[in-house]
Design a protein around this ligand. Structure first.
Ligand SMILES: [Zn+2]
Length: 284
């Protein structure tokens, strides 16, 4: 059944688990995620970036996710991740999308407030919830690269002001995670997370969770993170399984054959991440 991210995260926040969000790109990746969520009886968020919407087609991805929500036994939300402008998501809102992220974290605080506040006003008009981000994550997400040294962790007092002034529904925080793969072990600022949790009441979101140890993600959940985003860690096993398959079967042409091990490999990671988020058995 289709749910809004807000509904899924309020429940998670009340009960002390996190809802995993997985980036999907096509039918194969989307179905693997949904199959894993069904096996674990877990709520799940399917996410697409602006690049995926361009590559796979907005209406197609929207239809896939909404069909999944319709036929599936588990609660599913469909989220438009890492958009920089509300203008880019309006076509999806018109299609019925109910969950978006407006990432203006690279802007000044005042600009971030203004951009997200405007987005909230528009999105709420369509019944959609909005995730904002305060602080910067190093690494590359789509076309945005933040270099090391440029990162700024989220300030708890500013987070409070940001949430109050924008009316944002969920908040992505920067506490030391990065987008993409880590060069060295991430050093997370749990004290900061605790202070942010005390300062604001909206659900908190952890980006850049690929490569963070299970122990650290669990600690983040215990300290108040209600959504954990996973992208890179799904891409790797999917691509590796395809490479291995073609090495063993260089002449194979049937997508139903070569996608099967890739789907299985991706599903394994999804199962593991659902366990990590403690969302197993939490489908309402
Ligand atoms: Zn992100």
């Amino acid at each position: 059944m289709l749910k809004t991210t807000k509904e899924l995260l309020s429940e998670a926040q009340n009960k002390g688990y996190a809802v995993p969000q997985f980036n999907v790109y096509n039918l194969e990746t989307l179905r693997s995620v949904v199959e894993a969520a069904e096996e674990m009886n877990s709520p799940v968020i399917l996410a697409v970036t602006p690049g995926t919407r361009r590559f796979s087609g907005d209406a197609y991805m929207h239809a896939l996710a909404h069909t999944a929500a319709k036929v599936s036994s588990v609660p599913i939300a469909y989220h438009l991740d890492h958009h920089t402008s509300i203008v880019d998501v309006v076509p999806s809102l018109k299609l019925g999308a109910k969950s978006i992220m407006i990432d203006a974290s690279m802007e000044t605080f005042e600009n971030n407030v203004r951009i997200v506040k405007e987005a909230v006003e528009t999105a709420h008009g369509y019944g959609a919830s909005v995730e904002g981000e305060l602080g910067k994550l190093i690494g590359t997400e789509e076309d945005i690269t933040v270099e090391e040294g440029e990162d700024a962790l989220t300030d708890p007092e500013m987070a409070k002001e940001f949430v109050e002034r924008t009316g944002v529904d969920t908040l992505a925080v920067a506490i030391g995670t990065a987008h993409g793969l880590y060069k060295s072990k991430p050093n997370l600022d749990f004290d900061r997370l605790k202070k942010i949790r005390e300062a604001v009441d909206v659900p908190l979101v952890l980006h850049g969770a690929s490569g963070v140890s299970e122990e650290d993600v669990r600690k983040c959940i215990a300290y108040g993170v209600s959504k954990v985003n996973i992208a890179t860690e799904l891409k790797i096993p999917f691509a590796e399984a395809l490479r291995d398959y073609f090495k063993a079967h260089p002449n194979e042409q049937d997508p139903r054959k070569y996608f099967t091990p890739a789907k299985e490999a991706l599903k394994e990671v999804v199962l593991q991440k659902i366990r990590m988020c403690k969302s197993e058995g939490k489908a309402l």
